[in-house]
Design a protein around this ligand. Structure first.
Ligand SMILES: *Cc1c(COP(=O)(O)O)cnc(C)c1O
Length: 196
């Protein structure tokens, strides 16, 4: 579906039923990302016979952390200390986390602002249940120039802070993300091509 890409294609499966996820799985995609806690819990239960790597890619409220944190393989959206504290409290092992960055500085978006990142990293160090693996961001809808800028910026930040994994790129902008070294792309609607 995405040719010559060596990174991880995370299927953003919010659009898909469990039967559709099974079909996608059978075609060789084993990484799935959900953005709603309750729906994720239900899908995990119904699909537990499959060897899926589960990614949580949505906004996470601290009071819901305990419902999923020990079941997922990656959290892409760590963006607040309250969530870090909840992970520290509920996790039974180290949890692989990406820090979500708000690089487009749109107020409606979650994520850490770039000037707050050093302080955030210092605070997170206190929590031994959190294994920081990388950075995540979302581009700016309809603005490919800004989107490319923030993907490049995320790459630069990942080098600066030694956080090697980069979760960026969706159906409409994954090519730009791959150009700027995304290790994980989160692809949703494009998977309809595979189901048709
Ligand atoms: C839905 C979603 C995606 C995938 O979106 P598409 O445009 O359908 O590829 C990626 N990231 C997040 C956080 C999402 O919620």
């Amino acid at each position: 579906m995405i040719k010559d890409y060596n990174g991880v294609i995370v299927c953003a499966s919010k659009y898909f039923s469990c039967d559709e996820i099974r079909t996608i799985y059978q075609k060789g995609y084993h990484d799935f990302g959900e953005n709603r806690v309750q729906l994720m819990v239900e899908k995990m239960e119904q699909l537990k016979d499959l060897d899926i790597n589960w990614h949580f890619i949505g906004h996470l409220q601290s009071n819901k952390v305990s419902l999923i944190i020990n079941e997922i393989d990656y959290l892409h959206t760590l963006d607040r200390l309250s969530v870090a504290k909840a992970i520290q409290k509920h996790a039974k092992h180290k949890i692989k986390c990406f820090i979500q960055m708000n690089l487009t500085e749109e107020v409606q978006k979650s994520g850490v602002y770039v000037d707050k990142l050093p302080q955030f990293l210092l605070e997170i160090k206190k929590y031994d249940k959190i294994e920081l693996v990388g950075l995540m961001t979302i581009g700016m809808d309809e603005d490919m120039i800004k989107t490319e800028e923030v993907f490049k910026q995320l790459y630069d930040l990942s080098k600066e802070y030694h956080l090697p994994l980069l979760s960026m790129g969706m159906t409409h902008d994954y090519e730009l993300a791959i150009k700027h070294h995304a290790t994980h792309v989160r692809i949703g609607r494009k998977f309809y091509e595979l189901l048709n």
